[in-house]
Design a protein around this ligand. Structure first.
Ligand code: NAD
Length: 368
């Protein structure tokens, strides 16, 4: 098998964690006799500094023509502290998603048993959590018309959805629910928002084609509460761009850290794989970032874009094995962790590669 992978490390810890993700791909290629070739491109702050744009046409074309994209994160303190800047790192990411038609963002929230105590939630509440979020990615107020009045004192972002946009991601989520526990919860704000009423109407329509899937509808505020009260209530969660953005950051705390949640963006074009976290410049360049979200994103790439579920499982198992051995990065360490086993980014990546190389272990089944 030959695959060309386009890597966009981006900003901050993006470069550090993506290096670990790439190393895992190298190991998988070596073990399986696959030919993975790589090329790198710029996006975000780095791209603005060097090319004057958050995403150049050339980078976009290279990404489009690859077999899969591994992305780190974009963002820099400069822009967060100055909202008046017109060219901004996240514009690159939004353009990439829109241009490649990446409308479905899959975010598995899987809690490794070894991290039961890394969460601030009670172990008995979160044990066994296994949720697959479908976050719509190319609509909502992120892409709707933006307005700022001339005097600068009034602003709006149009929250807009079209029927086809809801329908196509709903179909993907229902199909996934069929392969899991046949339970789908659609999250919206239909009591307050017209776009959510359309969302609910379309999901109800699509659900009639999937009578074998139990469908429920929940308001986003109630879902935020239920997620920490009883996360095992959820199997597949289908939601819009904004609600999905917020709810999955919340859900990351069930899994122990932002550094544990991977994602796959799919739709019309090349699959795009990235951790859910940002550039985390508070810890950037310090070898402190947890690379597991990037490594689990590689597992998603292997399964979804390359059709290699066994290899994907090897990667996930290797992560589980390293956690079982007690190794942690700072973000997932707790008071019972052995200080000698608290590792930096690179060292955690190397432990996972080491496990891939040497271990013949078996852990829980993962269903994306
Ligand atoms: P963030 O996700 O970067 O960080 C939030 C917190 O989680 C920080 O304390 C950080 O140290 C910690 N954290 C995140 N990932 C971690 C990891 N792998 N290991 C250990 N700790 C980790 O969110 P933020 O601080 O709100 O945003 C920082 C920048 O990232 C901003 O410029 C924002 O716009 C950008 N951002 C980018 C993306 C993206 O590229 N997809 C997503 C979210 C935020």
């Amino acid at each position: 098998m030959k695959k060309h992978i386009f890597i966009i490390p981006g900003d901050g810890i993006g470069t550090e964690v993506t290096a670990c993700g790439k190393a895992v791909l190298d190991q998988i290629a070596e073990d399986g006799g696959f030919q993975f070739t790589f090329e790198e491109g710029l996006m975000g702050h780095e791209s603005i500094e060097k090319l004057g744009t958050a995403l150049s046409d050339e980078t976009l074309e290279k990404a489009r023509n690859s077999d899969a994209i591994l992305f780190g994160a974009v963002g820099h303190v400069k822009y967060d502290n100055d909202p008046t800047l017109k060219i901004r790192p996240e514009q690159g990411l939004f353009r990439m998603r829109k241009e490649l038609g990446l409308y479905a963002n899959l975010r598995p929230v899987i809690l490794f048993d070894e991290l039961l105590n890394a969460s601030s939630l009670k172990p008995e509440v979160i044990r066994g959590t296994d949720i697959l979020f479908f976050r719509e990615l190319t609509g909502d107020c992120y892409f709707g018309e933006k307005y700022r009045s001339e005097d600068g004192n009034t602003a709006s972002d149009l929250m807009i959805y079209h029927r086809y946009e809801v329908e196509r991601i709903a179909i993907k989520a229902f199909e996934a629910a069929r392969k899991r526990n046949r339970n789908l919860c659609s999250v919206d704000k239909a009591n307050a928002l017209e776009s959510s009423r359309l969302w609910r109407e379309v999901v109800q329509d699509v659900s009639r084609r999937y009578p074998d899937v139990e469908t429920t509808h929940m308001l986003a505020d109630a879902a935020a509460m239920q997620l920490i009260k009883n996360p095992k209530y959820f199997d597949v969660v289908l939601t819009a761009n904004l609600f999905g953005d917020i709810l999955t950051d919340e859900a990351s705390q069930i899994a122990g850290s932002m550094g544990m949640l991977a994602s796959a963006s799919i739709g019309e074009g090349t699959g795009f794989f990235e951790p859910i976290h940002g550039s985390a410049y508070d810890i950037a360049g310090q070898n402190k970032a947890n690379p597991i979200a990037s490594i689990l994103s590689v597992a998603l790439m292997l399964e979804i874009s390359f059709g290699l579920p066994e290899e994907a499982k090897r990667v996930t198992d290797a992560v589980g094995h390293v956690l079982k051995l007690g190794f942690r990065t700072g973000d997932i360490a707790d008071i019972s962790s052995d200080p000698k086993k608290i590792l930096g980014t690179k060292e955690m990546g190397l432990q996972i590669i080491n496990s891939l190389k040497h271990s013949n272990f078996h852990s829980r089944e993962v269903r994306y």
